[in-house]
Design a protein around this ligand. Structure first.
Ligand code: PMP
Length: 382
């Protein structure tokens, strides 16, 4: 139950064990082309350009930055934690002049304040982390992306801990890049960097004055490949991760069969049940209030007298949890992922294991109180 890699569906895992076809074989071309089309649907971005590249989420971030930003251009980072810091680092590495709108861990920057900074001028891009995995904070991406749009600024949304789990309507909201990775709510083992880029984003890349500094991250290399596979032709720049693409095709198919709105709603329902369980156990969320708490993971302070040893105790109880990640608070909290195939059974088993681990650490609660509260929430059909 960590926030990625998550649990994967057996059908997805079987796809990884299939015979590896040649990357130019007709059967692989059909599967790759289909997966690209499905990625557009999952991101609700019918006219965006999809990219599927071997690498992790950090490569997806790098693809966005390397292609959309030129040295000396200004970038605004809406910073909610560890992965926003990484985005700022990348932007600086590619020569951008970076301005950051920061907040205390657990908070989100005020949209009106961000808009004032956007209005102050000359930004090429604004980046925002949809869910910051280090704090469990859900950013108000719709409002932020629309604000960027009003000021003619390209928006880049890091959806690594959100895509296919948190509500996101890329095209309707006008987001220019939605970037993600395979190992979380997308439901495929680690190894794929995924992006959908708006036509506005693609034309910004086309009108660059300087070449992209990274060869492996250059859209100029990847665009002809993505276009060819989608059109049913093979093309080569760098060998695609054939079996991960098989798995992606299977998982995206499952996601679309569930339906995007139903999937978002399921993640919300499970998150509400988890939060009810945490509250009953006397655990405090790191996000300052529920309206900024992610539906894909919970970040929770250890109660008085409990420390990171509790994670080992939870493992003994059969559930794997993650420690803290935000540099300022690392030792004071833990994280529970709830993405992809997460269902009521996971909620009850995890809340129960956390309750037993806390009890072993001396934090007593009335037996079953967390599970009862989670169950009560699961029973309310909302
Ligand atoms: N952004 C966010 C929000 C993340 O959660 C992560 C990974 N946890 C990354 C970027 C980086 O992805 P990766 O570890 O796959 O490189």
């Amino acid at each position: 139950m960590i926030p990625g890699p998550v649990e994967f569906d057996p059908e997805v895992m079987r796809a990884l064990g299939m015979k590896t076809a040649s990357h130019v074989a007709p059967e692989f071309i059909a599967i790759f082309g289909r997966a690209l089309k499905k990625l557009r649907e999952v991101c609700l971005a019918p006219s965006a350009q999809p990219f599927v590249v071997a690498g992790s989420g950090t490569l997806a971030m790098e693809l966005a930055v390397a292609n959309l930003v030129e040295p000396g251009e200004r970038a605004l980072v809406v910073n909610t934690g560890y992965f926003s810091d990484r985005m700022a680092l990348l932007l600086e590495r590619y020569g951008a002049e970076v301005v950051q709108e920061k907040c205390a861990p657990g908070e989100v920057p005020d949209v009106a304040a961000v808009e004032r900074v956007l209005a102050s001028g000359r930004f090429k891009v604004m980046t925002v982390t949809h869910v910051d995995t280090s704090t469990g904070v859900l950013a108000p991406v719709e409002a932020l992306v629309k604000a960027a749009g009003r000021h003619g600024v390209l928006s880049v949304v890091d959806g690594v801990c959100a895509t296919a789990g948190e509500t996101f309507h890329q095209e309707a909201w006008g987001a220019d890049v939605y970037l993600t990775a395979s190992q979380k709510a997308i439901g495929v083992p680690p190894g794929l960097a995924l992006l959908t880029v708006s036509q506005k984003g693609m034309s910004a890349w086309r009108s660059r004055k300087t070449p992209v500094r990274s060869l492996y991250a250059d859209f100029a290399e990847w665009l002809p490949i993505m276009e060819a596979y989608e059109a049913g032709r093979a093309a080569y720049f760098a060998t695609p991760p054939v079996n991960l693409v098989y798995a992606l095709d299977v998982s995206l198919g499952q996601i679309l069969r569930e339906g995007m709105e139903a999937r978002f709603a399921r993640h919300q329902r499970m998150a509400r049940a988890f939060r009810a369980g945490w509250k009953a156990l006397g655990l405090k969320l790191l996000p300052v209030n529920e309206s900024v708490a992610a539906n894909t993971l919970s970040a929770l302070y250890y109660p008085e007298g409990v420390d990171a040893a509790m994670i080992g105790r939870a493992r003994e109880q059969g559930v794997v949890l993650a420690g803290g990640l935000h540099p300022q608070l690392k030792t004071r909290y833990f994280r529970v992922g709830h993405m992809n195939v997460v269902g009521p059974g996971d909620v009850l088993a995890t809340v129960g294991a956390v309750e037993r681990a806390l009890a072993a650490a001396g934090h007593k609660a009335h037996p079953g109180v967390g599970v009862a509260a989670a169950q009560a929430e699961l029973l309310t059909a909302r």
